[in-house]
Design a protein around this ligand. Structure first.
Ligand SMILES: *[C@@H]1O[C@H](CO)[C@@H](O)[C@H](O)[C@H]1NC(C)=O
Ligand SMILES: *[C@@H]1O[C@H](CO)[C@@H](O)[C@H](O)[C@H]1NC(C)=O
Ligand SMILES: *[C@@H]1O[C@H](CO)[C@@H](O)[C@H](O)[C@H]1NC(C)=O
Ligand SMILES: *[C@@H]1O[C@H](CO)[C@@H](O)[C@H](O)[C@H]1NC(C)=O
Ligand SMILES: *[C@@H]1O[C@H](CO)[C@@H](O)[C@H](O)[C@H]1NC(C)=O
Ligand SMILES: *[C@@H]1O[C@H](CO)[C@@H](O)[C@H](O)[C@H]1NC(C)=O
Ligand SMILES: *[C@@H]1O[C@H](CO)[C@@H](O)[C@H](O)[C@H]1NC(C)=O
Ligand SMILES: CC(=O)N[C@H]1CO[C@H](CO)[C@@H](O)[C@@H]1O
Length: 397
């Protein structure tokens, strides 16, 4: 029986290894690796984003309201240096959201959750340049506590995470970037996190974590609707991303609760229909608390998503990065690659694909982790294919 297992694996690997070596020099060693980069010590390492067309990543540390500017090697994308800058009036200003502006190329949106402000900053041309504030937007009453910030079209959006001092309610903030009098607050549930646009309908979708529901906003009519997450599928929608091409639509992930996650995530089509998916592989998937999600599609690897399982809500959930692939019609999962984080209970927080590597932030352990493949690319990691193919195990009996 053991020899049968061995034979099946060898056949699969030998065949694929032949394919790889025909396209790569025969002595190239295929590898993948994770590297952890230590950030300044802080209780909460939160959001990060790359400054477009630059070698800088900006990372927020909320507990002391510091903005970390990280310089990347332009060829390898490896972090090579960092410098911190205090943002807001003091260490309690609550720097949280970080998002690139397309309306103001090279500039970045930040949110100061405790100061109740959004900032548009120029991060500066080099590592030591102090970021300069170009625009400040005060969140109007009764709004309170801008958490994540996004730019969609000509508007800046922020989920207001903190209950209003005036009404006790929660709101989503939206403002026209070039018309300071056009500011809107949409009342929502507890608490708004990610805000994304569905490409075909231009409807806006908002994850609301604690109340486990997604809000839909029609910006033209001002109408809002709630799409509750069925509890038998999972809970706590947090991460959300807009995808184009075969994955077209809005994708969101469910982070689970104190007892663990359900390995579930979902898609919203242009028809408004919700479709749910669940990780199947036993390695890590069953308790995965999927906090964040990003498009992992590449020309070589095909349509795919990065999912980030975190121990943030439950230590029953692993800290892991999972790459899922789909069938052509995007109706079922065909492959799952599991990359266990080096430090468990690190409470991984966000995943960001760059050109050739992937960055993951760890909220609890103030580190940034980089996933790097050598002589192959994400989507062609052969062991993932072997572990995803149950035929191999079924044949082994
Ligand atoms: C990646 O592969 C190249 C070519 O095979 C090799 O020169 C390089 O040292 C490898 N880098 C790492 C980090 O393994
Ligand atoms: C800092 O405090 C001053 C005075 O209280 C206030 O006018 C200003 O808006 C604050 N700035 C920020 C970024 O909170
Ligand atoms: C950093 O940028 C400033 C202008 O933004 C420039 O004056 C200075 O020389 C730069 N420093 C380095 C080390 O490149
Ligand atoms: C700015 O927004 C306000 C409020 O929506 C609107 O009344 C006004 O016409 C807008 N101004 C311009 C120049 O579009
Ligand atoms: C949004 O509202 C406008 C105005 O009522 C309506 O014409 C449009 O069809 C709505 N959009 C969607 C996708 O329902
Ligand atoms: C956590 O979520 C699961 C599945 O959605 C549910 O069955 C369970 O009751 C929840 N536990 C708590 C403590 O809310
Ligand atoms: C799974 O592996 C078997 C060989 O063990 C192979 O025949 C089959 O095509 C594989 N299935 C997929 C979906 O790769
Ligand atoms: C089939 C295959 O794995 N090809 C890889 C050969 O190496 C280059 C450079 O590392 C990769 O880009 C290819 O994907």
């Amino acid at each position: 029986m053991l020899s049968h297992i061995f034979k099946s694996l060898v056949i699969v690997l030998a065949f694929r290894a032949g394919t790889v070596s025909s396209q790569n020099s025969t002595n190239s060693l295929v590898s993948r690796r994770l590297t952890e980069y230590l950030m300044p010590a802080a209780a909460e390492t939160h959001e990060f984003a790359r400054v477009p067309n630059s070698n800088f990543v900006l990372l927020s540390q909320m507990s002391d309201s510091q903005l970390i500017k990280i310089e990347l090697d332009p060829t390898t994308e490896e972090p090579i240096a960092l410098q911190s800058f205090p943002m807001g009036n003091n260490s309690k200003s609550g720097l949280h959201g970080v998002w690139p502006s397309a309306m103001h190329p090279g500039k970045m949106w930040l949110s100061l959750q405790s100061d109740n402000k959004l900032l548009l900053v120029d991060p500066g041309q080099n590592l030591s340049t102090v970021p300069s504030i170009i625009k400040t937007i005060d969140i109007p009453e009764p709004g309170n506590g801008p958490h994540c910030v996004f730019e969609i079209g000509n508007r800046v959006w922020a989920g207001l995470k903190v209950a209003s001092k005036q009404t006790g309610q929660y709101y989503v903030f939206s403002a026209d970037i070039s018309n300071s009098t056009d500011q809107i607050l949409y009342q929502c549930l507890n608490s708004p996190v990610f805000i994304k646009e569905e490409p075909a309908t231009k409807l806006i979708y908002v994850t609301q974590d604690t109340d486990s529901s997604i809000m839909r906003i029609n910006v033209t009519s001002g109408e809002t609707a709630q799409l509750p997450i069925p509890p038998n599928i999972g809970s706590t929608p947090v991460g959300m991303t807009t995808a184009y091409g075969p994955l077209n639509g809005v994708w969101f992930s469910l982070a689970g609760n104190a007892t663990g996650g359900s390995g579930s995530f979902g898609h919203i089509a242009s028809t408004g229909e919700l479709q749910f998916f669940q990780l199947k592989k036993p390695q890590l998937g069953t308790n995965a608390g999927l906090l964040h999600i990003a498009d992992a599609s590449t020309e070589v690897g095909g349509p795919a998503l990065w999912l980030l399982s975190t121990s943030l809500l439950s230590t029953n959930s692993p800290d892991a990065l999972i790459r899922v692939t789909f069938d052509d019609a995007i109706t079922s999962i065909t492959g799952e690659e599991y990359i266990s984080m080096l430090t468990q209970n690190a409470m991984v927080h966000r995943v960001m694909p760059m050109d050739a590597t992937v960055l993951v932030s760890q909220l609890h352990t103030f580190t940034l982790t980089q996933l790097m493949y050598n002589n192959t690319v994400a989507g062609q990691w052969l062991p993932a294919e072997v572990t995803s193919n149950t035929t191999v195990y079924n044949e082994a009996g």
